[in-house]
Design a protein around this ligand. Structure first.
Ligand code: FES
Ligand SMILES: [Fe+2]
Length: 350
């Protein structure tokens, strides 16, 4: 077997048709992290979000069930909820005031007779799959998607080695936008080859000899077992203490960082072929004080800035027309090879 693999063609990083196919065949068919479940714990609480640029609503019904719908009025396609979150007892469309109960059933359509001109069967909100794992709410647009747990695969087992979300408190979220294709960001996030050059501070914080990178078929993700240097005892062998962490790049666009003191999750959100939003959510153990939390979030933001910086320069050259395809090393970039293979397998025309 050759030691190298050809990388994805450059035009896949800016082509409109490829982007549309990815939204339909990848992002609509996979689960997407939406919010901490405590945000939709009480009856009537809702949050809005997007998946593959489609608007969705997640709501706790008055009977206590968690439900998801497209945020799409069946009359003339307005969104029915404009706010990011809130509490309500029914949805009322702001355009012409059609209303729906929290189970999505059409209740009232001013000027129309329900049951005659419009039936609640035909004109109710369109459901979206929702489920909760480890206190995290996920949604999927595809009706016949695999269960959330089977989609997560071995991540469920790995997470058991770290504190549950319920043992932590949610701290904050950060949103960054880059003029980059989502795969450009993902190619980078799936390998550790660039750590010494692009992230010198992060690299210095890790015991690099103990980093293990592997691709997991069951759950389609790249796992990075890392060991942080123990600042207190300066030991190089910190594998048996609280300094170990597990980073995950889950196809198509979810990053999870587990450690004994904190957890963070990141969503890679493709906006258009050349724009991607990266949103991060942070949780900490109660024992981690304000100053430590601030430092950890700032450190993560520094790494994000470094990644967006290099990916922006890569993006310009990918669009420049000279570079067509490059080479990936099986030894140094196995995660990127795995990620690109997942992309190719998911697109019908490739
Ligand atoms: S679009 Fe919603 S009521 Fe008209
Ligand atoms: Fe990076």
């Amino acid at each position: 077997m050759s030691n190298t693999v050809e990388s994805l063609p450059a035009n896949w990083y800016y082509d409109e048709a490829v982007f549309r196919s990815e939204q339909k065949n990848i992002f609509e068919k996979n689960w997407t992290f939406i919010v901490d479940s405590t945000e939709v714990a009480q009856p009537g609480r809702f949050v809005t979000a997007t998946i593959a640029n489609q608007f969705i609503i997640i709501v706790r019904t008055l009977k206590g069930e968690l439900k998801g719908f497209l945020n799409l009025c069946r009359h003339r396609a307005s969104t029915i909820c404009a706010e990011d979150n809130g509490s309500l007892t029914q949805f009322t469309c702001p355009y012409h005031a059609w209303s729906y109960d929290l189970d999505g059933r059409l209740k009232n359509a001013p000027g129309f007779k329900i049951g005659e001109q419009v039936t609640s069967e035909k004109f109710s909100l369109i459901p979206v799959q929702v489920d909760i794992w480890n206190g995290l709410v996920f949604a999927c647009l595809h009706r016949e998607c695999a269960s959330l747990e089977s989609w997560l695969g071995d991540i469920v087992r790995i997470a058991e080695n770290y504190p549950a979300i319920s043992e932590m408190t949610f701290a904050t979220t950060r949103r960054d936008e880059g003029r980059i294709n989502w795969k450009n960001y993902s190619d980078n996030a799936a390998e550790g080859y660039h750590l010494p050059t692009i992230h010198p501070a992060l690299n210095a914080a890790l015991v690099s000899k103990q980093t293990r990178i592997a691709a997991y078929e069951n759950g389609k993700f790249i796992g990075f077992k890392v060991v942080y240097k123990d600042r207190d005892n300066d030991s190089e062998d910190s594998s048996q203490n609280d300094c170990s962490g597990f980073w995950i790049y889950k196809f198509p666009g979810l990053l999870l960082h587990f450690s004994m003191n904190s957890f963070n999750i990141e969503r890679v959100i493709p906006i258009d072929p050349q724009t991607t939003v990266m949103q991060r959510w942070f949780w900490f153990k109660p024992s981690i004080d304000k100053q430590q939390r601030k430092q950890a979030i700032e450190f993560s933001s520094q790494v994000m800035k470094e990644d967006i910086g290099i990916c922006t320069r890569v993006q310009k050259n990918l669009e420049g027309g000279v570079y067509q395809t490059g080479l990936l090393s099986r030894q140094r970039e196995p995660g990127t090879i795995f990620f690109q293979q997942c992309v190719k397998e998911a697109l019908p025309e490739s």
